[in-house]
Design a protein around this ligand. Structure first.
Ligand SMILES: *Cc1c(COP(=O)(O)O)cnc(C)c1O
Length: 467
């Protein structure tokens, strides 16, 4: 469908942005210095367009979410038709709507095993709030009310609400809002390049799992409610754990009777080449959080998948689970999510990621391994990372400080027509699952060119120079 290109008064929009809008997760001083946010006006397929006429390959699928790409008329139609029939109704009054129920069944089919129920929310953060309250509620119903502690990893991302930040392991986020709240403990992350450099991967996996067991024993196994982790940490810098890690973590949870929660907000819906990331690691979580790719970001919706043994407890013991949101199971969002999943099925995007584009991205990224600034490239499915180092063959960073090089290279990539993120000194990518081989080549080539362009700037960095 041809959408007429609207003209926007970009200067006016930037002025209004500065005058009235506080963008998310931003340094508002920097945005003011830039004269306002970059205004993105439209998008199609894998490309976004800004108001100043730039076309940018979207190496981030929006914010890790636009899995089916932009401009899907089918999703617009699903929303339009649902809005005319029933735009909204809630699930508080012993009520539900057709798309809500159908989507729940569809997600259950994709989760498989004994994950056959879902609880809806609007965002990934809310999904993790639901996990937080449901896990504690479950243990009370089970007659083990002392099981309240969550174990998570440093550098995990579980959202931006109070529970989300607390469950997350981002220290710079904890500082704002005096978090975490009590009852969340953090352990080391399985970040081989950063924290297990040169170690044998099996031994490193073992050490990371041992850290979890040590924490369980320190807290007291009878007090631990759940362990939560992203199958692959996304916002933490695309941290792909060593192969043996997840089965060992699962075994540990079973050993101590702890719930295993996978935060699939990025890894779900094909990102790692499976409907859910944990499926590729052969583990069976008790709860999973999902959002982002569930609707490819077209409308806000999230869900928590809940295992049968937890649902059985709710259904047998009874009593309200007094939790939920005005927009839990929102019919229009659910209708769009169903249509989104149908696109993924019809176009075989999950399998294509696993067997075709995922391996192609891995090979393309490997071309960067010869670059003097590249310490490592890694990927799983269509989630990729490039580590920037000062000295080939090491994991040493520029100025011996994390986060000097990343933002510089990221800004050059964007200038060169590729949207990526620089997380500390890791350039990460997460393109739409519809990306072609040629577009993957374009993505990797721009990263390579940008690294080369950045090299003299990085080599000239002096302590104290503003980046
Ligand atoms: C993005 C993200 C969240 C938070 O989702 P929001 O929709 O931004 O609240 C939670 N967990 C993970 C793993 C995420 O990537």
């Amino acid at each position: 469908m041809n959408v007429p290109i609207r003209n926007h008064d970009i200067a006016e929009l930037k002025r209004l942005d500065l005058a009235h809008h506080l963008p998310a997760q931003a340094d508002h001083k920097v945005i003011a210095e830039l004269g306002g946010s970059r205004i993105i006006t439209r998008a199609d397929g894998c490309y976004i367009h800004d108001g100043e006429g730039h076309t940018i390959l979207d190496g981030m699928a929006g914010l890790w979410c636009v899995n089916v790409g932009y401009g899907r008329e089918e999703l617009a139609k699903a929303a339009y038709e649902q809005m005319l029939e029933l735009p909204y109704y809630n699930t508080f009054f012993k009520t539900a709507t057709p798309p809500t129920v159908r989507l729940a069944a569809k997600i259950a089919e994709k989760m498989g095993g004994d994950l056959s129920h879902v609880f809806f929310n609007s965002s990934g953060s809310e999904a993790n709030d639901t996990v937080f309250r449901l896990a504690r509620h479950y243990w009370k119903l089970k007659g083990e009310p002392q099981r309240t502690v969550f174990i998570s990893r440093w550098n995990a991302y579980h959202g931006s609400t109070v529970a989300g930040v607390s469950l997350g392991g981002m220290k710079h986020m904890h500082v704002q809002g005096d978090l975490p709240i009590p009852g969340v403990e953090h352990v080391r992350q399985p970040y081989g390049f950063g924290e297990g450099f040169g170690e044998d991967p099996d031994a490193f996996a073992e050490a990371c799992v041992q850290a979890i067991e040590d924490k369980i024993l320190e807290v007291g196994p009878e007090k631990v409610a759940a362990f939560i982790g992203e199958p692959v940490q996304g916002a933490g810098g695309v941290i792909i754990p060593p192969e043996g890690y997840w089965p060992k973590v699962e075994a540990l949870c079973r050993k101590y009777g702890i719930l295993l929660v996978c935060d699939e907000v990025i890894c779900g819906f094909g990102r790692l080449g499976h409907w859910f990331g944990h499926q590729g690691y052969g583990i069976k979580p008790d709860m999973i959080a999902m959002a982002k790719g569930l609707s490819s970001g077209y409308l806000p919706i999230s869900a928590v998948g809940v295992a049968d043994h937890i649902v059985a407890e709710l259904k047998e013991k009874g009593g309200d689970f007094i939790h939920g949101f005005t927009y839990s199971g929102h019919p229009t969002c659910a209708a769009v999510a169903i249509a989104n999943i149908e696109i993924m099925e019809r176009e075989g995007l999950i399998e294509r990621t696993r067997t075709d584009t995922g391996p192609y991205l891995a090979k393309a990224l490997a071309r960067l391994n010869d670059h003097p600034l590249v310490g490592e490239t890694r990927s799983r499915g269509l989630l990729g990372a490039v580590e920037i180092v000062r000295e080939k063959g090491t994991n040493l960073r520029f100025l011996d400080k994390e986060g000097e090089a990343g933002p510089i290279v990221r800004d050059i990539c964007i200038r060169n027509g590729l949207m990526v993120r620089g997380i500390r000194d890791t350039i990460v990518c997460c393109p739409p699952l519809i990306i072609t081989h040629a577009q993957i080549d374009e993505l990797v080539d721009i990263i390579g060119r940008s690294l080369t362009e950045a090299e003299p700037i990085l080599r000239a960095l002096k302590p104290g120079t503003p980046s």
